[in-house]
Design a protein around this ligand. Structure first.
Ligand code: UDX
Length: 430
């Protein structure tokens, strides 16, 4: 059993804290947002993540998981202190590390004995050095400490499972003591652990996310080529992905990647490498393909409807991917804004993300269910591949629509079935 403090109760911090508590550690989660901490104390979880509520309730009840706004309290009661605050992008694409710096100082000022300070936020290479310098500067009691990097690879929607059954755990350290503590902490997971120097661990995070983004853009470029050649992207990626050196995952063509990580991390990695003196052109093209994919989808709608002005367009799915309520960098925002700009009126439905969407998208009629969104529509767009859309009663949808046009940005339907059912059906790369 270890005593752990997690600073920052965003996606990464909260899931990590809950899962470490579930592994029988004693965890204190800290956040400067008093309202959030009040909610968590009452057992209310501020994000939608399957399974998380239950783990938080169970471990809070067992006394293994507590919440506070005080960094000092968290640091005094723990041996390991994770920094999991957000590192949002600045206008130039670099990460804003001010929260990390503030937290590092507060941790240093509260330390009354050895502490291992572990960075879990996604940060540029060499941040560990800066954190160590900051801690040294404000370490008034001159206690021993170590800094480590332990990047997080969890995905939204499967965050608990990703944390409990990770492909690998990357630990960047500069001392044997730090390596030992973190290996012990993660031992119950029985996952492969790779121990590196701090800078290498920091690069592993950006390199992993950039490579996954690259796979998606590669698949999207292939989809475009398939459309030009009259081939089928699903069959192509099946054939390509069966090569074990390549792998089938993250080769789904669609309307491009969104979310709080890929867009931000690719942009940040381009900047980081630029500052190091390398022009990562390859990643700039990854970004370009991703942007074009949204525009190309809008163009598909235009080509099908001819005149978009005054048309009613139903949109199924708003979140950047299924099983989340997250709207950050969601393709839906650009796509809907572009169609509204041309004078379309939008009826939208998403099982979880409508509340968040309301803050970003105005003038949208939010619907109670997918059928309501299809009502009177001149076209229905599939923007997020929620499972419930795969099981829709398509005959009912067709009867409700003004014109039976479905434009599927996620390839969830079979073109032959859609044609049989009387739809004009367009998808990606087929
Ligand atoms: C990602 C990484 O997967 C995770 O390891 C990291 O810690 C955070 O960033 P997340 O943003 O939650 O996780 O979502 P992910 O499931 O990776 O999807 C990202 C985006 O890529 C989504 O918009 C999704 O629709 C898109 N995507 C994914 C595709 O377009 N095609 C694919 O084949 C896979």
């Amino acid at each position: 059993m270890k005593k752990v403090c997690i600073i920052g109760t965003g996606y990464v911090g909260l899931v990590t804290g809950a899962c470490l508590a579930d592994m029988k550690n004693k965890v204190i989660c800290v956040d400067s947002n008093a309202e959030k901490i009040r909610m968590l104390k009452r057992g209310k979880v501020p994000i939608y993540e399957p399974g998380l509520d239950e783990i938080i309730r169970r471990n809070a009840a067992a006394g293994r998981l507590r919440f506070t706004t005080s960094i000092a309290e968290g640091v005094r009661k723990s041996e390991i202190v994770f920094i999991a605050v957000s590192t949002p992008p600045k206008a130039d694409g670099t990460a804003d590390l001010s929260a990390v710096a503030i937290v590092a100082r507060a941790v240093a000022e509260a330390m009354d004995g050895y502490r291992l300070i572990v960075d879990k936020s996604t940060v540029p290479v060499k941040t560990g050095e800066k954190v160590a310098e900051t801690i040294k500067r404000y370490n008034r009691k001159h206690v021993d400490f170590d800094v480590a990097s332990n990047p997080e690879f969890l995905r939204e929607g499967t965050a608990v499972e990703d944390t409990m059954k990770p492909d690998r755990i990357a630990i960047g350290v500069s001392s044997k003591r730090a390596a030992k503590i973190l290996k012990e902490l993660y031992a119950p997971l029985r996952a492969p652990v790779i121990v590196t120097d701090i800078k290498s661990a920091e690069i592993i995070k950006h390199a992993s996310n950039s490579f996954l983004a690259l796979k998606i853009s590669f698949a999207n470029a292939l989809a475009h080529i398939c459309e030009l050649a009259g081939a089928n992207i699903l069959e192509v990626v099946e054939g390509v992905g069966l090569d074990r050196r390549i792998g089938r995952s993250f080769l789904n063509a669609g309307i491009g990647y969104g979310g709080s990580c890929f867009p931000k991390d690719v942009a940040a990695f381009i900047k980081i490498t630029e500052e190091l003196g390398y022009d990562f052109e390859l990643l700039r093209v990854v970004e370009k393909i991703n942007r074009e994919q949204r525009a190309r989808f809008v163009k598909k709608v235009e080509e099908t409807l001819w005149i978009v002005k005054d048309k009613v367009i139903g949109v199924l799915g708003l979140a950047f991917k299924p099983n989340t309520d997250d709207m950050r960098s969601a393709p839906a925002t650009d796509i809907i804004a572009a169609l509204q700009h041309e004078g379309a009126s939008i009826r939208a439905y998403d099982p979880q993300a409508m509340q968040n969407a309301r803050r970003l998208l105005t003038g949208v009629r939010y619907c109670a269910n997918p059928y309501d969104a299809a009502k009177g529509a001149d076209a229905l767009l599939i923007v997020t591949e929620w499972d419930e859309f795969r099981d829709l009663n398509l005959d009912r949808i067709r009867r409700l629509m003004a014109h039976p046009i479905v434009i599927d940005g996620r390839n969830i339907f079979d073109p032959d079935v859609m044609e049989e059912k009387g739809f004009i059906y367009k998808s990606i790369g087929r």
